[in-house]
Design a protein around this ligand. Structure first.
Ligand code: F6R
Length: 240
């Protein structure tokens, strides 16, 4: 695993954006696996800036997002589809039909099977961007789940609901379930780019990359992938 240390959040975001834009420049019709959450916001802003300068072109790129809350319509401002449109897609020249996020309102079995077909039809993910949950989750693969799942529906843990409630007006509005790519789908990406920022992520970064490989820390499975890059700021990487 290669580790890049950014001096702060902005530097970490620029380093990660560099890796993603290099992927797009080398393979213009690549498939990017994308994440939501606070950590990637700086990466998306940096990519938007470079797009505006003419340095990176997304016209042939296909994106596949990791997850979506079950029960939220795409146009719900709290949906991950809205998050991606607002924070990234609407600012770049990606074709809307090339962007994929699970459909929160679609029935469970059909939607999970459809999403797996989308990933296969795209030829698999070239580079998967991942943030880390405090409990070691990746996508919405929570501790204790199995490593051999494709897209599936999960019940969110208390700690994830707690962490996500900052995006909702009331805790009761935080959905309790989500559709997520599984660990198997994530591990099939050709390259994985993990980003982490802040002292509150230092312990989970250590557990994930220096601790035992266990479903109790889903991100620890990444130690078994042969092409992982971790980009963190000094605080997040302070324990490794
Ligand atoms: C979101 C996702 C999650 C987040 C994780 C960290 O699509 O996949 O696993 O990456 O919850 O979130 P932040 O970046 O907000 O700390």
């Amino acid at each position: 695993m290669r580790i890049y240390r950014g001096k702060d959040y902005k530097d970490m975001s620029r380093k990660a954006a560099n890796i993603l834009s290099a992927q797009v420049i080398l393979k213009p019709a690549c498939v990017l696996g994308l994440a939501t959450g606070s950590t990637p916001l700086g990466v998306y802003s940096q990519l938007i800036e470079w797009y505006r300068k003419g340095d990176v072109d997304f016209s042939e790129v296909v994106t596949i997002n990791l997850d979506e809350y079950k029960g939220l319509a795409p146009e719900n401002p709290q949906s991950y589809r809205s998050f991606m449109n607002e924070n990234f897609f609407k600012h770049i020249n990606i074709r809307p039909e090339n962007t994929n996020v699970p459909e929160g309102l679609a029935p469970e079995a059909e939607e999970c099977a459809r999403y797996d077909r989308v990933i296969r039809a795209a030829g698999g993910v070239d580079m998967q961007l991942l943030g880390l949950g405090h409990n070691g989750h990746i996508g919405f693969n929570e501790p204790g789940g199995s490593f051999d799942k494709d897209t599936h529906c999960v019940s969110l843990t208390e700690s994830t609901i707690e962490a996500n409630k900052r995006f909702f007006e009331k805790e009761e509005e935080v959905p309790l379930k989500a559709y997520t790519m599984g660990i198997r789908s994530i591990m099939q990406a050709r390259r994985i780019l993990v980003i982490a920022s802040g002292a509150d992520k230092a312990a989970v970064v250590k557990e994930a990359f220096r601790g035992p490989i266990t479903p109790q820390v889903p991100a620890s499975v990444l130690q078994l992938h042969n092409n992982v890059t971790l980009v963190g700021d000094l605080d997040a990487l302070s324990m490794i």
